[in-house]
Ligand binder design. Structure first.
Ligand code: NOJ
Length: 541
């Protein structure tokens, strides 16, 4: 593979949640022109690419992951011309563009779904989605007891004795991926955005498209508990046939030079991830293990070693992810006594108690977050950043329930607080109506502490988290192709070199440790007397 096609292997990719990034037209919602207005900021950060979560026309039942028109820009976010201008500005700054493909489901307002509801059972219109007859008296019971990811039944009544399947919210009906028109339409969408200049696609819920809908449907308790995503035999998740779909996509994309990259969002067992990362499938897959682990040397060491080996085994590149728009921000996870699994784990539980107990140690969380990113940026592979982490942002806990928008909050009737706390519009300035996000009240309320976390307040501070990210990303670029070698170190320490001129040392322990010889080029906490403080990373040359 030539260099141009290989750019993703060591890329630093910055995830933009467009509604929360920058608002150019004072409606409280971020937009594409807002992104264009911040290209200088992105260039200065030093990233290689941005990944934009969905900006397509959407009724917003799930933050845009309910798409009404796959080849459009939502009017709230701009126009296709705005998209072209944004892409040109990013490209001119040397930044590539990755967009999201939401292929498991559309919005219930997608014209095809409206046609399906209006058409008769058994019609070609219904065949694009997954409709089945209800059971019981008057066919009023769902076809099975399957549960949706966002809580509640996975089947929704169509109103005429049939039900449709939705793995997520009822406003997100699942496509039938055995249907030829569905297959062809997604190829058309991939071509559409490629021809508009995008450099890659992030594939949403990549493990869910293929389904085994052989009847009788097995009871949920049996499929969900006894076969937990382990071996490809779950009827809904991680089925082997899904890779046939991706082989077709990759064949279509291979007709472009260089072909756009594809990266899988697949929440699967670690040993199944390589199937998505293989070049015969999507070529790269997110590794979310660090979003579900504690800040300990043992867990980091294991995850890093496995991730490197797994990516290598399929000639892919590892991915490093600490945060995204679906998980509790890692500064907050790392500031809680127990971190562990974010999905339903301690951080979510703490948030769902509305932060009732004063458990969060913000400084500890930030120290660890800074240590973690410096460690990851020293590794080979692609690092996926989530907007605002370069400011060291914590999760926003202070969102009143009546301002929350996430369907996981709404469908659990508040039992699970959901993901809004990671999606609060960014603070660009320390003062102003929405801390420089825009000219009016943002669609999710920002907390007062955003003033000190803003870009403006960090820009002139050489010790700020923003300065650390900028310096680390720029330094990494010069040496990212050097081979990694582990160095034996104390239990609480992870140390490795990249070629002769770059050593990374992380102290996960509670006490300072002596640094090896060399000169410190960057450190996540101040070094005194050659000692690396607890919860910190230093780079040496
Ligand atoms: C994963 C996306 O990241 C998440 O935000 C969304 O709710 C689900 N897929 C459903 O599309």
């Amino acid at each position: 593979m030539n260099d141009a096609a290989d750019w993703w292997r060591n890329a630093v990719v910055y995830e933009i949640y467009p509604r929360s990034f920058a608002d150019s037209d004072a409606d409280g919602v971020g937009d594409l022109n807002g992104i264009t207005s911040r290209v200088d900021y992105l260039r200065e950060l030093g990233i290689d690419a941005v990944w934009l979560t969905p900006f397509y026309r959407s009724p917003l039942a799930d933050g845009g992951y309910d798409v009404e028109d796959y080849r459009s820009v939502d009017p709230l976010l701009g126009t296709l011309d705005d998209f072209d201008r944004m892409t040109a500005a990013l490209h001119a700054a040397g930044i590539k563009v990755i967009v999201d493909v939401v292929a498991n489901h559309s919005s219930a307002l997608h014209p095809w779904f409206k046609q399906a509801l209006a058409a008769a059972p058994g019609s070609p219109e219904r065949d694009r989605y997954i409709f089945r007859d209800g059971v019981g008296p008057n066919r009023s019971e769902p076809p099975s007891d399957w549960q949706s990811e966002f809580g509640g039944p996975a089947w929704h009544p169509a109103g005429d004795g049939q039900f449709y399947l939705h793995l997520f919210a009822p406003e997100q009906p699942d496509f039938n991926w055995s249907n030829r028109e569905v297959q062809d339409d997604f190829i058309t969408t991939l071509r559409f955005w490629t021809e508009r200049g995008v450099d890659g696609f992030r594939i949403d819920a990549a493990h869910t498209l293929a389904k085994d809908l052989t009847e009788p449907f097995r009871p949920w308790a049996e499929i969900d508990k006894t076969v937990p995503l382990a071996d490809g035999s779950h009827p809904l998740w991680d089925r082997d046939e899904v890779h046939q779909i991706y082989a077709q996509w990759r064949a279509a994309l291979a007709t472009y030079d260089p072909p756009p990259i594809t990266v899988a969002e697949a929440w699967v067992q670690p040993h199944r991830r390589g199937r998505y990362a293989a070049s015969s499938s999507l070529g790269q897959a997110f590794n979310f293990d660090l979003t579900e682990s504690d800040f300990t040397s043992r867990q980091f060491r294991d995850i890093i070693a496995h991730n490197l080996a797994d990516a290598d085994a399929v000639n892919s590149a590892p991915t490093w992810v600490l945060s995204n728009h679906d998980v509790v921000r890692h500064a907050t996870r790392y500031g809680l006594p127990l971190q562990g699994s974010d999905r339903g784990g301690p951080a979510q539980r703490w948030l769902s108690s509305r932060g009732a107990e004063p458990l969060l140690d913000r400084q500890l969380g930030l120290d660890r977050a800074r240590a973690a990113i410096l460690l990851l940026l020293a590794l080979p592979g692609s690092v996926y950043l989530y907007q605002g982490e370069e400011l060291g942002l914590h999760e926003v806990v202070e969102i009143p329930d009546d301002a929350r928008q996430d369907p996981t909050f709404l469908r659990s009737l508040g039992a699970s607080v959901g993901r809004d706390g990671a999606r609060v519009p960014l603070p660009w300035t320390s003062v102003g109506p929405s801390f420089g996000f825009g000219q009016s009240r943002p669609f999710l309320p920002q907390p007062a502490w955003f003033a000190d976390a803003s870009v403006q307040s960090q820009e002139s501070d050489a010790d700020s988290t923003l300065a650390l990210y900028r310096a680390a990303i720029h330094f990494r670029r010069l040496r990212e192709r050097m081979p990694l070698e582990w160095v034996d170190a104390a239990d609480e320490v992870l140390e490795f070199t990249r070629g002769p001129g770059w050593r990374s040392v992380t102290n996960f322990g509670a006490r300072p440790v002596a640094l090896p010889s060399g000169s410190v080029v960057l450190a996540s906490r101040a070094i005194t007397d050659g000692m690396l403080p607890s919860n910190s990373t230093a780079w040496l040359t």
